[in-house]
Ligand binder design. Structure first.
Ligand SMILES: [Zn+2]
Length: 446
């Protein structure tokens, strides 16, 4: 990769003219809008605009060689680039280092460098878009990483970021028990209570560059009653906890949630709600949140309301598998019910709490839950675009259509018959730029 930052010459004169349009030829193409696999489709992309210019069915056979400059993806399963709709770029697996220790012990620089690595790993795993829901005590650095990707300084998915999350006072922050000398773990939220403060907090997030407003409808905010060991470094767990020591309780009232969504919509930004309890889910849905994150206690009533309002469910099965193993069967049944009732789904693993690059686990688990595989592929493409805000994104992705961003992946194997193909990503294109070809990083990928 050429270094442009220390160049003294006029960069405009140095920049090579963008490559001219070329065509990608496929034999199996997943259409995320029609939920069909189409044969013999060719796609014309334009690197100068980053867009798909044309999609057409070939009427005459191509022969064994495609025209010079074109890309031959025949024999592969081609689909829109994956969208992970719930990620945290600054986190690595909790099973390597618990959350509070990452926030307390890792330097700002280390966490940035980790994020650069995570973004590269994600892109090469086929994830061309990340919806990153909270910077996890890294202030607004997620917006800066987004911009670095968009400026071509590093490899990574297109990022939609939330910066700091909104929660009411003392509801969400990582906590410890030693406050002597003002010892606190770095805050991750923008604490705000009541409509006036909430209005200001949403405006601060918008001003700081947030694409999405993330708020907590409920959380384990009584955690200091009986601090569990894993979340609190050097703190022993409680020997005989009560069954109600660490419940999920409402973080905001209905009036406050309404204000969050209304204020976000004034800036044309979608709101994403962390909501686990039925009460939290219903209040967030009625307030107009675009997505429910986790939603582990959704029931028929929640789904009826979500369907009526077009709310998406991002069930984060990949983290539930690890954190809620005791009722994981019930959570999978809930996802199946959501699908059967016609609730829109997006695939988001809460990736980062387990390692980036393992993102496809969410799709695998959605299939295991009983959602048909083509619907899962749609949830991980078009569903992701909708979760990012749909038309509010300012561009279309997650589909292969004229005018959409040219984001494509090619898999070795057919995931409709062999789900392990989702992990065999041979080719990655984002914005009409190729980053991976023949299963390897393209050498001049910038
Ligand atoms: Zn999360």
């Amino acid at each position: 990769m050429a270094c442009h930052c220390c160049s003294t010459v006029d960069p405009a004169k140095e920049t090579p003219s963008p490559a001219s349009p070329y065509t990608i030829h496929t034999s199996q193409l997943f259409d995320s809008s029609k939920l069909e696999v189409l044969s013999d489709i060719s796609i014309r992309v334009n690197p100068a605009t980053s867009l798909i210019e044309a999609v057409y069915k070939r009427t005459s056979p191509l022969g064994s060689q495609v025209p010079a400059g074109d890309v031959d993806l025949r024999g592969k399963f081609v689909m829109p680039g994956f969208v992970d709709a719930h990620t945290h770029i600054f986190l690595h697996s909790y099973w390597e280092t618990p959350s509070a220790q990452q926030k307390r012990d890792e330097s700002f620089v280390e966490r940035i460098i980790r994020a650069v690595n995570h973004c590269r790993t994600a892109l090469l795993a086929g994830y061309t878009t990340y919806r990153d829901l909270g910077s996890e005590s890294m202030q607004e650095a997620d917006a800066n990483v987004r911009d670095a990707v968009n400026r071509g300084l590093m490899l990574g998915p297109r990022l939609f970021v939330a910066t700091k999350v909104l929660a009411s006072t003392a509801s969400y922050e990582p906590r410890n028990e030693n406050h002597l000398g003002g010892t606190r773990l770095p805050a991750g939220g923008d604490a705000a209570d009541g409509c006036d403060e909430i209005r200001k907090a949403v405006r601060r997030r918008i001003g700081a560059g947030a694409d999405i407003i993330k708020f907590y409808a409920d959380y384990r905010r009584r955690i200091m009653r009986a601090p569990p060991k894993q979340q609190h470094p050097y703190v022993a767990g409680i020997r005989f906890p009560n069954s109600n020591d660490n419940p999920d309780s409402l973080v905001y009232s209905a009036e406050e949630m309404d204000m969050i969504v209304r204020e976000a919509e004034m800036a044309d930004a979608p709101a994403a709600a962390h909501a686990i309890t039925k009460q939290g889910i219903l209040l967030a849905v009625r307030a107009g949140a675009l997505t429910i994150e986790h939603g582990y206690f959704c029931d028929e009533e929640c789904f009826r309301e979500m369907k009526a309002r077009g709310t998406l469910l991002v069930p984060t099965l990949a983290i539930a598998e690890r954190m809620h193993a005791h009722r994981f069967g019930a959570i999978k049944d809930m996802v199946k019910m959501a699908h059967e009732m016609g609730v829109k789904l997006a695939c988001g693993g809460d990736t980062g709490t387990f390692n980036h690059g393992e993102n496809a686990r969410e799709m695998e688990l959605m299939v295991e839950a009983g959602v048909p595989v083509l619907d899962v592929l749609a949830a991980c493409t078009l569903g992701g675009w909708e979760a990012c805000g749909g038309p509010r994104c300012g561009k279309r992705f997650g589909c292969i259509e004229e005018g959409a961003s040219a984001d494509l992946v090619a898999l070795e194997g057919d995931p409709t018959t062999d789900i392990t193909a989702l992990r065999r990503v041979e080719f990655v294109m984002k914005d009409a730029q190729v980053y991976k070809v023949g299963g390897r990083v393209k050498e001049d990928a910038t």
